[in-house]
Design a protein around this ligand. Structure first.
Ligand code: NI
Length: 136
């Protein structure tokens, strides 16, 4: 009787991928254009999946409005139109790859959801490149 509920959101953000412990040459060879010192942007597409049993009284696993508000308040407010490296606390010492952004978003939302609900975060960095956490 478990049902998956999905909510799709979007945010625009800038980032730079680099490892401060490495030389410029090594950063360039590993991260390429994503190591551009003046940052670059992506139109991220975020799909949040919440799984659980429909509540016997309401029939909802989670209300769409509730889920949308949680994402807006706890994720988009901090990420949208921001520089992920400089404007948010999560990526000061963590490379803002799609993988790490998905893990950060999952950790943020996990705290907001009832323990009986399961959570999966899918993040598209481009139309064709996306990640999912946790991995199935
Ligand atoms: Ni990038």
């Amino acid at each position: 009787m478990r049902v998956a509920v999905y909510r799709e959101e979007h945010f625009n953000a800038a980032h730079r991928l680099y490892n401060p412990a490495w030389s410029d040459e090594k950063n360039d060879s590993v991260f390429g254009k994503c190591n551009n010192p003046n940052f670059h942007g992506h139109n991220y597409r975020l799909i949040v999946r919440v799984t659980g049993e429909p509540d016997p009284e309401t029939g909802y696993v989670i209300e769409f409005k509730t889920l949308s508000d949680l994402i807006k308040e706890h994720v988009l407010r901090h990420f949208d139109h921001k520089n992920l490296n400089l404007d948010t606390p999560w990526f000061r010492n963590l490379n803002p790859t799609a993988e790490n952004i998905a893990i950060v978003i999952w950790n943020i939302l996990r705290k907001q959801l009832d323990n009986r609900l399961d959570l999966t975060v899918r993040l598209y960095e481009t139309e064709r490149n996306f990640v999912e956490y946790p991995a199935a």
